[in-house]
Design a protein around this ligand. Structure first.
Ligand code: BES
Ligand code: MN
Ligand code: ZN
Length: 486
């Protein structure tokens, strides 16, 4: 899809025109066809939030679709509300097989059009055009929006470009997550990461099974053991500040499929488990976005990718293994596999990459989905200042996060009677005990844990998202890294 801007609305150029309007403020109709006022009246359109009016007006041989969108009262508008209203309008028109669509900002005054506002709305509009329809013969043939034009003053061109750019990296993550597990194996994650790193000029290393064995990453290897697909450790390095010893590690959970292993999942819980590499998709998308923005900071992206399967070689409940850190782990549930892969990936980050700050991102627990639903990612950190950092970043990224607790009691839940730690603290407080397990491998380094099990993958659509992958975390990680670069 092409994105352009224009400072005035030439109605002869588009098949679809979206006009967001405030409640109680007459849309200025000078450049629009005469019939518009009549149609608006017939549709009882008053600009109320979540209301709209869709009608077509003939122009020469064709029909132009007009979609007026209510923004609600001006003083109650937020960036998120604008994203939902305008993004869902784009989603509506994207299904109408129109080649060229305009989104007009002409009814919104300049004082509201901050860089953050324009960037966020443009991002939402780009995300709204996403369709994972490559396996639907009829759908994929349909006309997609070829050109999306924003009607606004040319002073906003940079904001538009930035919105389009971050949406591209979010889309990259969504495509990775939506790809079914029969087509997205660890080796395929490597392929995509390689392509992204080459394009972005990021240094990259991939470790195969033998090298992973040499590093004694037995927690990671145990999870991978049951699968015919070999695990891979992917390391992506963005060196934006060579003079500094500070290195931020972004560690993403990369289970290309999670059957649960011998602690097997029920059928229905298994259906969406291709999405269990949402954390690694977020890291790949963020590394791409970070390289484009070029902040003065060093970042290493780390992904331990594998499949959690059942076979004669699979790990078993009751097993005890020695992780890369030397800590022994009792396996009480083979479905608590993500934390095992993260434990070794974090030890790798500290021992081999000398990471000084650690951020892990993962579809880690069903518990976080029960607690927070699909809107919020659960965040755990021991330091208030880090919570403030990620809160500020979440606001810039328009991603919702909620802080979950961590304390001695959650650490106690993971106590084993035969090993240093066990891999599940049980059902209650599952997001926090899982976080405490991961935190046991961070060696006291500044650490933020982001559980995106709910936000990475939607059961049903949202205003500017279809059901399926969201790319949760891509923008958040990017803003966090930029925040730390300041
Ligand atoms: N990948 C799942 C978590 C998950 C659940 C992601 C739902 C997305 C949607 C994770 O590996 C898992 O199975 N967690 C278990 C942990 C339990 C066995 C301690 C869970 O949450 O049930
Ligand atoms: Mn699992
Ligand atoms: Zn999992």
């Amino acid at each position: 899809m092409n994105v352009t801007t224009s400072s005035n609305l030439d109605i002869t150029k588009y098949n679809g025109i979206i006009i967001p309007c405030f409640e109680g403020q007459q849309p200025s109709l000078e450049t629009l066809p005469q019939q518009t006022a009549t149609y608006l009246k017939a549709n009882k359109f008053e600009g109320k939030y979540e209301s709209n009016a869709l009608f077509s007006i003939p122009l020469e041989e064709t029909l132009v679709q007009y979609l007026f969108v209510g923004l609600g009262k001006k003083e109650e508008l937020t960036v998120e509300k604008a994203m939902c209203a305008i993004g869902s309008a784009v989603k509506t028109l994207s299904k109408k097989e129109l080649a060229s669509v305009a989104v007009s900002f002409t009814e919104i005054e300049e004082s509201i059009l901050t860089e953050h506002f324009v960037l966020s709305v443009v991002k939402a509009c780009s995300l709204a055009c996403y369709a994972f329809d490559k396996f639907m013969e009829k759908e994929k043939e349909k006309q997609k929006i070829e050109t999306l034009t924003y009607i606004l003053s040319q002073t906003h061109i940079q904001a538009v470009k930035k919105g389009v750019s971050i949406a591209e990296d979010i889309t990259l993550a969504r495509l990775l997550v939506d790809e079914p597990a029969n087509l997205m194996k660890p080796k395929n994650v490597v392929e995509v990461a390689t392509r992204v790193c080459q394009k972005a000029g990021i240094e990259m290393k991939v470790f195969e099974k033998e090298e992973i064995e040499k590093m004694n990453m037995n927690a990671f290897l145990s999870v991978a053991k049951g699968s015919d697909e070999e695990p891979r450790l992917i390391v992506m390095k963005y060196n934006g500040n060579p003079e500094s010893d500070e290195i931020v590690a972004l560690v993403g959970k990369g289970l290309t499929y999670d059957s649960g292993g011998y602690s097997i999942k029920p059928t229905n819980s298994m259906i969406t488990m291709k999405s269990d590499m949402g954390g690694s998709a977020a890291v790949i998308g963020a590394m791409s976005a970070i390289a484009k923005e070029a902040p003065k900071i060093n970042v290493v992206g780390i992904i331990a990718t594998c499949e959690n399967m059942i076979s004669g070689r699979a790990y078993l409940p009751g097993d005890v293994l020695t992780s890369m850190s030397g800590k022994t782990i009792e396996i009480v549930n083979t479905d608590a596999e993500g934390r095992l892969t993260l434990a070794d990936a974090i030890t790798y980050a500290i021992q081999k990459e000398h990471a000084t700050k650690i951020v892990d991102i993962c579809t880690l627990t069903g518990a976080v989905v029960v607690a927070l639903g699909e809107d919020y990612a659960g965040v755990i950190t021991r330091e208030d200042s880090l919570w403030e950092d990620i809160q500020a970043s979440a606001k810039r990224a328009t991603e919702s996060i909620w802080r979950m607790p961590i304390d001695k009691n959650f650490e106690k839940k993971n106590k084993s009677t035969i090993a240093d730690i066990k891999n599940s603290g049980g059902r209650w407080g599952g997001c926090s005990s899982a976080g405490a397990f991961v935190g046991a491998f961070t060696e006291g380094k500044p650490w933020i844990h982001i559980d995106i099990a709910g936000s990475a993958y939607l059961e049903s659509e949202k205003p500017y998202f279809t059901a399926g992958a969201t790319g949760s975390g891509v923008h958040l990680l990017t803003e966090l890294v930029k925040h730390w670069a300041k």
